[in-house]
Design a protein around this ligand. Structure first.
Ligand SMILES: C[S@@+](CC[C@H](N)C(=O)[O-])C[C@H]1O[C@@H](n2cnc3c(N)ncnc32)[C@H](O)[C@@H]1O
Length: 292
């Protein structure tokens, strides 16, 4: 797994920071050279794996853009921004053996390999056939979306596709505990300049770029918790795991005006109890556009 053939084609200094994945069996030499970025925390990685299979199941596929033929034909160049442990990339690389896959992430076990998308994507213009991004709604600030999207479009070849997947909570069907947690999360995001309400309108930002005026949208809804069936239970595990970690506890308990211990009980007991009697609706939305 991993080779440097394509890397050597690019003279950009930062190119060595990306990992390229193909389907060759991994040998020790290659393994040493593999530039592989993973979050440091194994629970985060598990959650990202679970989320990957969750989104794939909901959409019945890993992407919505019409790229299957290109991927099958081969030499199709794919970039995943915020690739994390590379779950999405590896899933595609396994299926489309003749295409090439790149990922970048600012979170790395080796700090000198991390790449921050907010510095711009260190690739030449018109470089990839498909540029993809998984949920970043809690990360990208309101005034950064334009820049990130324009960078995605810049590095996409004319005729290639950009695609963004994100999560949106409609607030429909939520009980008081989930509403409070959401409100605290929302307030903490807004303090950092992150506005999750932008998500359902990302198509407008993509459309405002003169190279991607027609934007498509693919939306799936699900219910969080047991009333959403198996899908709802899987998402409940992901949701609880995300909110039960140290960072979330530290951040959100002051916004809720409760102690860390009370917060833990709220997430791991009270919320789980409430979800048995409520049906909160969330959306997964994919936006995709072809570059002129
Ligand atoms: C939802 S996860 C993506 C999961 C991944 N696509 C997968 O298949 O497992 C979002 C990722 O964005 C990364 N990220 C956050 N801020 C970033 C930044 N400024 N530049 C690059 N990556 C970033 C995080 O480290 C995290 O791995």
């Amino acid at each position: 797994m991993g080779n440097n053939n394509s890397s050597s084609k690019h003279k950009s200094k930062k190119i060595e920071f990306y990992k390229e994945i193909d389907n060759k069996p991994m040998d020790l030499e290659v393994e040493k050279e593999l530039k592989y970025y993973i979050p440091n925390n194994y629970e985060d990685i598990d959650r990202l794996h679970m989320f990957h299979f969750f989104q794939r199941y909901l959409f019945q596929g890993n992407y919505s853009s019409p790229i299957e033929e290109g991927l099958m034909r081969g030499k199709y160049k794919v970039l995943d921004i915020g690739c994390g442990p590379g779950t999405w990339l590896l899933d595609l690389a396994n299926k489309y053996e003749k295409s090439v896959f790149y990922g970048l992430d600012n979170n790395s076990v080796h700090p000198n390999e991390a790449t921050d998308m907010f510095d711009g994507l260190p690739f030449p213009d018109d470089n990839f056939d498909f540029v993809h991004q998984d949920p970043m709604s809690f990360i990208i600030k309101a005034d950064q979306w334009n820049f990130i999207i324009s960078e995605m479009i810049r590095v996409t070849k004319p005729g290639g596709y950009v695609e963004i997947l994100d999560i949106y909570f409609t607030l429909r069907g939520a009980g008081p505990i989930l509403s409070k947690i959401y409100e605290a999360h929302n307030t903490s995001c807004l303090q950092r300049g992150v506005d999750m309400k932008i998500i359902p309108n990302l198509d407008k930002i993509i459309q405002s770029n003169q190279n991607t005026q027609i934007v498509y949208r693919d939306e799936k809804s699900y219910i969080l918790g047991p009333n959403g069936g198996k899908v709802g239970m899987i998402k409940q595990d992901i949701f609880i795991g995300y909110h039960d970690n140290e960072v979330a506890t530290e951040n959100l308990s002051p916004f809720l005006g409760i102690s860390k211990e009370e917060y833990k009980i709220m997430i791991t007991k009270d919320l789980i109890e409430e979800l048995k009697y409520t049906s909160p609706e969330f959306l997964l939305i994919r936006f995709w556009a072809k570059k002129n």
